[in-house]
Design a protein. Structure first.
Length: 368
């Protein structure tokens, strides 16, 4: 191997021996093999160091694709928006892994699924999990003085709606697919809702990490919560004045919202599904004339492909001679969108509430 090196500011060129011994050198000096091998070792070490740095650089800069797995290189907050000031959804400790489900957004933000929780993290905090991935080594703890205490977010209610105090209630919809939980920031995942699924925002509550959650169910429904970052507000719910005396039902078809009134006070507000454009709900003022705890229902036409037969439909309350009425629904969960042949589809718990609250002769007002 031909090498060039410098000793005492003099430049030499030579050829190393294969089995030791001294090196022939063009010049006036002869240099021992030990000095030459030392120079070669320096070259090899520098080369290997450069290769290692290149591999690390390539790993950090590797392209992140949708559905790929990534890991955090430091403690990282999962945020509800692709921005530094977004609400905190969850904390991801160093070496936490997540699946990429969207991005990049806003100059390097990725949408991640972290053990069922969705949120955003920046590229600078992530590394691709591939064949070259190595977890960040755990640091050896160094005894230090205890840090000063920091303020811990206190869970609390931001706003709350309920019987007799529904003013300020908002209609919203899922901005993208997300999980529905039985508690704010804790508990179990009940189900997932798709982008565009309508919701009513009955309560806003912060969890122990300070993240905001919305309660999207009303008793007697089971508790259901979604992360506020998942929801887009649509419009305030519209309420009527004291149009009728006593108990009456208001059905706002444009908002797909049903409200139970006692005089001018709303005592229950819920999403509903009214008739589709092909089978619209009749408009006007009606009265409940027939009701029963459950009933088999059928209708439509096999020829047109909209025939249906539904067994044990819960809590039907008929208000129109065409067969339209309020009732529970177990065959879909798309409340807030027109779905029916003219009836007012409600969740089964809410339909049960209306059945216990209303009676024969209760006024039903349907309008846009």
């Amino acid at each position: 191997m031909k090498v060039t090196y410098t000793i005492l500011s003099k430049k030499y060129t030579g050829r190393t021996g294969m089995f030791g011994g001294e090196t022939e050198v063009k010049g006036r000096y002869r240099v021992g093999m030990a000095a030459l091998m030392f120079a070669v070792a320096l070259i090899v070490v520098a080369s290997l160091a450069g290769q290692g740095a290149g591999q690390a650089h390539a790993q950090e800069g590797a392209r992140i694709e949708i559905k790929s797995e990534v890991a955090t290189i430091a403690d990282t907050n999962l945020l509800g928006q692709p921005a530094e000031d977004g609400p905190v959804v969850a904390n991801m400790p160093v070496n936490s892994r997540a699946i990429v489900i969207g991005g990049p957004f806003n100059d390097g933000w990725y949408w991640l699924d972290y053990s069922g929780v969705q949120g955003y993290a920046h590229r600078k905090s992530l590394v691709l999990v591939d064949a070259n991935y190595r977890p960040v080594p755990s640091a050896t703890p160094v005894p230090t003085s205890p840090p000063p205490p920091t303020a811990t977010p206190t869970p609390g209610t931001v706003f709350e709606m309920g019987p007799g105090k529904y003013e300020g209630l908002w209609l919203g919809e899922m901005a993208h697919k997300g999980n529905v939980w039985n508690g704010p920031g804790q508990g179990k995942i009940i189900k997932s809702w798709w982008a565009g699924r309508r919701v009513l925002l009955y309560e806003g509550i912060t969890d122990v990490k300070g993240a905001l959650w919305y309660r999207v169910s009303e008793e007697p429904e089971a508790p259901m919560y979604v992360q506020a970052s998942m929801v887009k507000k649509i419009a305030p719910v519209k309420f009527e004045a004291a149009r009728y005396r006593g108990r009456w039902v208001n059905i706002n078809i444009s908002q797909q919202v049903v409200t139970a009134y006692e005089d001018g006070t709303p005592v229950m507000v819920s999403l509903a599904s009214t008739g589709t454009g092909k089978n619209p709900t009749e408009l006007g003022v009606w009265k409940i004339f027939y009701r029963l705890p459950k009933q088999d229902m059928k209708g439509g036409s096999r020829a047109t492909g909209d025939y249906y037969y539904l067994k044990d439909v819960p809590y039907p309350q008929y208000f129109h001679s065409s067969g339209e009425g309020l009732h529970g629904t177990y065959w879909h969960d798309n409340f807030g969108r027109p779905m029916s042949h003219g009836c007012i589809n409600l969740s089964t718990p809410i339909a049960g509430w209306f059945y216990r609250w209303a009676s024969i002769g209760t006024v039903v007002y349907t309008h846009y």
